[in-house]
Design a protein around this ligand. Structure first.
Ligand code: ATP
Length: 270
């Protein structure tokens, strides 16, 4: 549905303040914000503004968040679709969805297009490791390449795509004038985990001043999404116990619960 593809009102509100850590990635996307805001500044000397960038990193590390923050900071509409949406599509639908998406974005330009899980459509061609029809996937990929090549120099639509498997992507996607920039979004280190806790504790009513260094130490290997989950879970645990505010112990219980969930997930995979 159109509503799912484009939600201008809610999506332009994300800002860099919502993204903790990821200093290097933020610096790189700040340049994209400036391309969207002041395109003439960059094209005045004959340069071409990049059409796309690939956000590469493990699940839950903030790739979608960062893409939304780019749109929010540049105050431009955010159009998105997920590669996995195409998995069960009928022939021809994928390509026409891509065409439609680019048309909408061009009509509203400057704009950001975000393609999550691009590996679902962008796997190297000729490798049949796609759940749906391989022809359909190739048609969708070809349409994406056609659209990006067809951008005029003054279109001012930038396509951000996310993947945790850059290695399986068709090299054609990375060619100059397509996704020729790669931005790495890694799991947070201890300092970044502390900052992510700070962001996600904002709406939480806590009973005591929490030692965020301690929480960061308790959560090695956690992604930003896991930490967001911990904060939410802690609030639910405390509320279930009819508490008036969330305590350190609730956070520790939440960490245990998330660790348990992660262990289960890993067992299913291996
Ligand atoms: P996936 O690869 O699974 O799609 P992703 O990298 O796109 O994951 P997001 O969807 O952006 O991850 O992250 C999920 C949620 O986790 C965010 O909405 C946010 O609440 C939280 N989160 C992740 N990373 C960060 C971060 N660096 N700072 C603050 N919150 C974060």
């Amino acid at each position: 549905s159109k509503a799912k593809l484009f939600d201008e009102k809610t999506d332009t509100r994300t800002s860099f303040k919502d993204v903790a850590g990821l200093e290097g990635a933020k610096e790189e996307v700040e340049e994209i914000v400036d391309f969207l805001r002041n395109p003439d500044k960059y094209t005045s000397l004959g340069g071409k503004i990049p059409k796309g960038a690939l956000l590469v990193g493990p699940p839950g590390t903030g790739k979608t968040l960062l893409a939304k923050a780019v749109a929010g900071e540049a105050k431009v509409p955010f159009f998105s679709l997920s590669g996995s949406d195409f998995v069960e599509m009928f022939v021809g639908v994928g390509a026409s969805r891509v065409r439609d998406l680019f048309k909408q974005a061009k009509d509203k330009s400057p704009a950001i297009i975000f393609i999550d899980e691009i590996d679902a459509i962008g796997r190297a061609r000729g490798k049949n490791n796609f759940t749906g029809s391989n022809d359909e996937r190739e048609n969708t990929l070809n349409q994406l390449l056609t659209e990006m090549d067809g951008f005029g120099t003054n279109t001012n639509v930038i396509v951000l795509a996310a993947t945790n498997r850059a290695d399986v992507l068709d090299k054609a996607l990375m060619r100059a004038g397509r996704f020729d920039r790669q931005i790495y979004v890694d799991l947070p280190d201890i300092r970044e985990r502390k900052e992510i806790f700070e962001v996600h504790l904002r709406p939480i009513k806590t009973a005591e001043t929490l030692d965020l260094d301690f929480l960061a130490r308790q959560t090695p290997g956690f992604s930003g999404a896991d930490i967001a989950n911990v904060c939410n879970e802690a609030a639910l645990i405390a509320a279930r116990k009819e508490k008036k505010a969330v305590t350190k112990q609730d956070f520790l219980d939440a960490v245990d619960r998330i660790v348990g969930g992660l262990e289960k997930k890993n067992k299913i995979i291996t």
